[in-house]
Write a protein that binds this ligand. Structure first.
Ligand code: ZN
Length: 213
């Protein structure tokens, strides 16, 4: 009943086309997006601290614009759309994991934007997958970093080195972890996060991102 009333006050709209619908992704857009999904699904990178990598889209065209809107154009509500898209299409790939952790962002960025874009989506995914726990208190940033996109490839590794910390090792010891971020570019940030998560006892890490640049 409460849900019905809430739906009347705040009608859901499709994150892609903006039409009012009963969920945040209408069937028409879901069908269209399905054709853009990364078909290969899981990658097994060598020489990385994470074990698996999965991204949904290439960082281009309408998806690129959607992510920019979400991150920079005050459209925080799009987290519902992105999480729904992930749950619809990747449920079987992620429901075997124990915990989902968002990649932390700089304090300055958080203050400016008001939210961590990866955190909102991760939290919503965990809310819908019973066995998956969410935390943004375990993996934290211990110093500010420069924007990776402003740096040369050789500087990126150094920029994030020792920038993260694990607060509670017990929470992740022997656990299968999804490390969630919005965009994967060189993978330096997620790799550095994975390094300290593995040091803290994580069993297995899947890096999951919306897009790959
Ligand atoms: Zn739509």
């Amino acid at each position: 009943m409460v849900t019905i009333i809430l739906d009347l006050i705040y009608p859901k709209t499709c994150g892609m086309c903006g039409k009012t619908y009963s969920t945040y992704l209408c069937p028409k857009c879901n069908l269209k997006l399905k054709t853009l999904l990364n078909k290969k699904q899981i990658h097994y990178p060598k020489e990385k601290y994470f074990d698996e990598f999965m991204y949904i889209f290439k960082y281009e065209n309408e998806i690129r614009q959607k992510i920019i809107d979400y991150k920079f154009n005050k459209k925080s509500y799009l987290y519902k759309f992105f999480s729904q898209l992930i749950i619809y299409n990747y449920f079987n790939s992620i429901d075997t994991y124990d915990i989902i952790l968002p990649v932390p962002i700089n304090k300055k960025g958080l203050l400016l934007r008001g939210y961590n874009q990866a955190s909102l989506i991760s939290k919503e995914i965990a809310k819908n997958i019973y066995s998956l726990e969410f935390s943004n208190k375990i993996l934290v940033k211990q110093r500010e970093t420069l924007k990776q996109s402003t740096l040369k490839k050789t500087q990126r590794e150094q920029n994030v080195k020792n920038a993260f910390a694990v607060v509670n090792n017990n929470k992740i010891k022997d656990k299968s972890i999804i490390l969630f971020d919005d965009i994967y570019t060189t993978g330096n940030t997620t790799n550095e996060c994975s390094r300290i998560l593995k040091e803290a006892g994580a069993k297995k890490i899947l890096v999951f991102t919306i897009a790959k640049d």
